[in-house]
Design a protein around this ligand. Structure first.
Ligand code: SF4
Length: 378
């Protein structure tokens, strides 16, 4: 089973911290893009490929009309063997949807929606330069529920300018009391060359309004505890779900499974090859989605990749799978280094199953995952 990712590279306005590939578009650009991405899907048509997850990400997919998103989805269905119970997700910003547009999406086959809410505190949303306030976010979630969505995700951000422990707890309480079944919780990262990065370079005192590393770590642990108390179980470093609502599409990335990506900068991993559509949106439209794909990391070390990705998951690493991938035995230490595993386990950073076949990081271990992995490898 394969996943399909469609990258919609548009946003109404760029947020100050964001370094994802997206531009501000208009109706002409949107319709040119829909035609180009549909053409790109048709070019790689293959009805023998079985698809059980489709993910529309961005950018902000819902800046397009619902009819345009449904039309792209129908093109996917006509060109691949999409399973009847496929998970079909659309990312959305609260101020780009209405009850009507959400009904159109649900009736058009989308069955999962992920809202970039980030915070329930309006001052924090303004500090992030988000376009919505919390009232709009709340309305959007209830509208999605009325439209028929039962699989609704919300993002929460830690480390926002002026966020306090109390305001984070308030956001967690409010957002988890909405009809949501999944939470993605991210730390704000100051990415190079974003407007936020430039603001900080101009005025270093802004950093005083962002919690320091130790405090962020405490807040992360507090958040995992609060979410679990509310029934959202951690299944990945940044992701929490009620039972049965884990994001099947993103699990494919972490489990090193196959996916096909369409749209500018969308990545694919298929038939043991990694590649992406290396062009901006204007070029993509000009070529009508027919540009050459660019192959990447052809000599990627599959065993190392498996270690890095599987240890992001609460389910952890399977020793037998690692042995199959690690033909030269370069990483056998990771599960056979009993002394180090015992030490890490004593520090409450890793869990090892009784038979030694499964290794996973604890919540505390997730916070320092790179350091734990390098200790295991040495
Ligand atoms: S809406 Fe999302 S993708 Fe668009 S600029 Fe803001 S953070 Fe980036």
């Amino acid at each position: 089973m394969c996943g399909v990712y469609i990258h919609i590279p548009f946003c109404k306005r760029k947020c100050i911290y964001c370094d994802f590939y997206s531009v501000c578009g208009d109706d002409k650009l949107y319709s040119g893009f829909v035609s180009a991405v549909s053409n790109s899907i048709k070019r790689r048509s293959n009805k023998s490929i079985k698809v059980d997850t489709v993910y529309f990400g961005g950018g902000t997919p819902t800046v397009l009309k619902s009819s345009q998103l449904v039309s792209i989805m129908n093109t996917v269905k006509h060109n691949f063997d999409v399973s009847p119970n496929a998970e079909i997700t659309v990312e959305a910003n609260p101020c780009t949807v209405t009850e009507e547009s959400l009904s159109e999406l649900f009736n058009g086959g989308f069955n999962r929606i992920s809202f970039g809410i980030q915070s329930a505190v309006d001052n924090e949303l303004s500090a992030l330069s988000r376009l919505h306030n919390y009232k709009q976010a709340k309305e959007a979630v209830f509208n999605a529920e009325r439209a028929g969505f039962t699989n609704i995700s919300a993002d929460i951000m830690i480390g926002i300018i002026d966020q306090t422990r109390e305001s984070l707890i308030d956001s967690i309480d409010k957002i988890t009391s909405l009809p949501v079944s999944h939470i993605s919780a991210y730390m704000l990262k100051v990415e190079e060359n974003t407007p936020l990065d430039e603001m900080i370079k101009r005025d270093g005192s802004l950093l005083n309004s962002i919690a320091d590393e130790d405090e962020l770590a405490e807040r992360y642990l507090l958040m995992t505890r609060l979410l679990e108390e509310k029934g959202f179980l951690q299944y990945e470093i940044s992701n929490f779900a009620k039972t049965g609502f884990e994001n099947r599409h993103n699990l494919k990335y972490w489990r090193c499974e196959e996916y096909l990506g369409f749209g500018p900068h969308a990545h694919s991993y298929f038939d043991n090859k990694r590649y992406f559509e290396d062009c901006g949106v204007l070029e993509f439209i000009k070529n009508n989605g027919e540009q050459e794909i660019t192959y990447t990391d052809t000599d990627v070390d599959k065993a190392e990749e498996y270690i890095m990705l599987s240890l992001r998951l609460a389910e952890g690493l399977d020793a037998d799978r690692l042995t199959r991938l690690d033909k030269e035995g370069r990483y056998k230490n990771i599960i056979s280094n009993a002394e180090e595993i015992n030490r890490l386990s004593g520090e409450r950073l890793v869990n090892i199953s009784r038979d030694g076949k499964n290794l996973s990081l604890t919540k505390r271990g997730f916070l320092v995952s790179n350091a734990v992995i390098s200790r295991l490898l040495n």
